[in-house]
Design a protein. Structure first.
Length: 82
C-alpha cells in the first residue's frame, strides 16, 4: 500500500518513495554491527518521541510489522538467518 505509517507516533507516511529500501539498508547495517537483533529491538531502535499535545512527550516504539516484513524478506534472500 502507498499509505503506511512507520510508527504510531507519526502523523504522516514517509515522503520518500524508496523509504522501504532505505530502512532495509539501515537494518542490514545494524544487524552487521550488532548481531542478534530481532523485531522487538528494531521497534526500539526506530522508535521516537510521541508528542501528546499539552502532556509531556513519551517514548513510543515504531511499527513491528515493517521490521518483521523486512527481516522475512532478508531471510528469503539468504542475507539473514534466524
Amino acid at each position: 500500500a502507498d499509505v503506511v505509517k512507520i510508527a504510531k507516533f507519526k502523523e504522516l507516511p514517509p515522503n520518500d518513495p524508496d523509504w522501504l529500501y532505505v530502512r532495509t539498508a539501515s537494518m542490514v547495517r545494524k544487524i552487521y554491527i550488532r548481531g542478534g537483533v530481532g523485531v522487538g529491538a528494531f521497534t526500539k531502535i526506530y522508535g521516537g518521541q510521541h508528542r501528546r499535545g499539552v502532556m509531556t512527550n513519551t517514548f513510543a516504539r515504531s511499527s513491528g510489522k515493517v521490521a518483521r516484513y523486512i527481516l522475512q524478506q532478508l531471510e528469503e534472500m539468504g542475507l539473514v538467518e534466524q
